[in-house]
Design a protein around this ligand. Structure first.
Ligand SMILES: Nc1ncnc2c1ncn2[C@@H]1O[C@H](COP(=O)(O)OP(=O)(O)OP(=O)(O)O)[C@@H](O)[C@H]1O
Ligand SMILES: [Mg+2]
Length: 358
């Protein structure tokens, strides 16, 4: 086994009573020192994965390994893992210093060591000088940093972060995204970060796991996930997209919107039904003659840096276009795109699709 692997899930299922499994036969590996994000809609199983890693719950089936050692049955306090919870779960009756020192006091470390470690942890999160502040005197972003200091003071090998930024306003949230990413680099430990915000996931991660209904739909770098979504669910979840039904005629040739196009995809069955994705920013506005597709502008919105146009082709497909060029509502325009802009996805990938075909 790759000795960079720190966490391994082997056919892990978590099921409560007779309900459908909340995690369904999930297998993956995570490497040391990377920033991972679990991304997916509410209820897809993100927190469940964190709780399994932390040891707050046990799998119904399957095995979880930490540094190659089986963790099933190992209590939470014996795992090299710390968690930052969504609500930070700070102790309101303790000041900043004592909040961070809490775990060390439980371990019965001597006073001097505790003092040194707490100060170091607070310095790491830029909270030097705040030792004696009460928690209610701290802002949301500062509380968040106290929660992180409290987790890293225990020198975990893995830090689990369950939507730690969701309570913050947009500006602070963006700042904290930079800070967290920077902190992960400085500490060099593994971060597993949970969010249902796709932009946050794209901005922060080395690797993203996209989850849906207790399954991993796709894992990959932000670029992989954004540029090559494996199916409609991922494409839809990860950003605004045009997702159009089509047919793979042969290698490098795809049909959609009633026309044939050159593409870069291959290895499909002849005439295999597919979904194609084209990102709104990959569509260029041209004249009707120069366009590969002819559409009619239905509505237009100014978005600050670009215009967002909603258009329809003659087959009734909707096309979203992001462009710095403007067009008029009702205007007939052409859309140009490179073969590389067309992403072809197999149809049968999600459970939903399979369910729908029955
Ligand atoms: N103790 C439990 N008993 C029964 N069902 C549970 C229990 N804990 C979690 N679940 C169910 O497991 C599923 C996954 O929950 P989980 O908390 O992992 O979701 P999540 O992806 O973190 O969602 P959110 O984004 O809303 O936090 C949900 O349908 C939830 O209702
Ligand atoms: Mg959750």
């Amino acid at each position: 086994m790759n000795d960079r692997v720190i966490i391994r899930f082997e056919h892990v299922t978590k099921q409560y009573d007779d309900d459908p499994p909340v995690l369904d036969d999930v297998s993956f590996e995570m490497e040391r020192g990377k920033f991972y994000t679990l991304l997916g809609p509410s209820g897809c199983g993100k927190t469940t994965i964190l709780r399994l890693i932390a040891g707050f719950i046990e799998p119904t089936k399957g095995n979880i390994y930490f540094n190659g050692k089986l963790m099933n049955g190992v209590p939470a306090n014996k795992r090299q893992v710390n968690t930052v919870f969504q609500d930070y779960a700070l102790f309101p009756h303790l000041n900043v210093f004592e909040n961070v020192a809490f775990g060390l006091r439980i371990k019965n470390l001597d006073k001097k060591t505790i003092e040194t470690k707490v100060r170091e942890a607070l310095r790491f999160v830029n909270l030097e000088g705040y030792e004696n502040r009460e928690i209610h005197e701290m802002s949301g972003g500062q509380r968040q940093r106290v929660a992180i200091a409290r987790a890293i003071v225990n020198e975990p090998e893995v830090l689990l972060l369950d939507e730690p930024l969701s309570a913050l306003d947009l500006k602070l949230r963006t700042e904290m995204q930079y800070e967290l990413r920077e902190l992960q680099r400085r500490l060099g430990i593994t971060f597993i970060f949970v969010t249902h915000d796709q932009e946050e996931a794209l901005a922060m991660s080395d690797e993203i796991f996209v989850l849906n209904k207790g399954k991993i739909e796709q894992r990959g770098t932000p670029k992989d996930i954004y540029d090559e979504p494996i199916n409609r669910f991922v494409a839809d979840f990860i950003g605004e997209s045009n997702i159009i039904p089509g047919k793979m005629l042969a290698d490098f040739s795809v049909e959609f919107a009633g026309k044939q196009f050159e593409c870069v995809d291959h290895g499909f069955e002849p005439n295999e039904p597919v979904d194609i994705v084209i990102r709104p920013e990959d569509l260029e506005i041209t004249t009707r003659e120069q366009g590969k597709l002819q559409v009619r502008v239905d509505s237009i919105l100014f978005r600050g840096v670009h215009y967002e146009l909603c258009c329809y082709d003659d087959n009734g497909n909707e096309w979203l276009v992001h462009s710095t060029k403007k067009a008029e509502v009702g205007e007939e325009i052409g859309l140009y795109f490179e073969p590389e802009a067309i992403h072809v996805m197999r149809r049968v990938e999600t459970k939903e699709n399979r369910g729908g075909e029955r």
